[in-house]
Design a protein around this ligand. Structure first.
Ligand SMILES: [Zn+2]
Length: 102
C-alpha cells in the first residue's frame, strides 16, 4: 500500500468505518468512492458493528524482516456481520490455540 493511502485509511481502520451504497445496500470495508456492485458513486459513511465470524486464522512465527520482535502473532480473515471479509491481526490470543492449530 502506498504511504499516502496508508495514512488516509488509518482512522477508518481503527474505527471500522466503511461505506454503504444507498442503491443496493452493499457495505464496503475499507471505504470506497464507487460501489463495486452497482457502480453508484457518492456512497454514505457506515460504521461497522465490530461483530464478526472467524473465517480463517494462522500464527506467524517467522515475521518479515524488520518485524522479528513482533513474532509470534496471529492473523485472521474475519467476515464482518455486515458482509465484508477483512484481514486483521488478532491480539491477546497468541497463547491460546487457534482454529488453524487444531
Ligand atoms: Zn451499490
Amino acid at each position: 500500500m502506498e504511504l499516502p493511502r496508508f495514512h488516509r485509511l488509518q482512522a477508518p481502520y481503527y474505527r471500522l468505518e466503511g461505506t454503504r451504497c444507498r442503491d443496493c445496500d452493499e457495505r464496503h470495508f475499507p471505504p470506497r468512492t464507487v460501489c463495486p456492485k452497482c457502480g453508484r458513486s457518492g456512497l454514505e459513511p457506515h460504521r461497522f458493528s465490530g461483530r464478526a465470524t472467524l473465517y480463517a486464522a494462522t500464527r506467524v512465527t517467522q515475521a518479515p524482516r524488520g518485524h522479528a520482535t513482533l513474532a509470534p502473532y496471529a492473523v485472521a480473515l474475519v467476515r464482518l456481520e455486515e458482509g465484508p471479509l477483512v484481514a486483521a491481526q488478532l491480539t491477546d490470543c497468541c497463547d491460546d490455540p487457534l482454529p488453524a492449530d487444531a
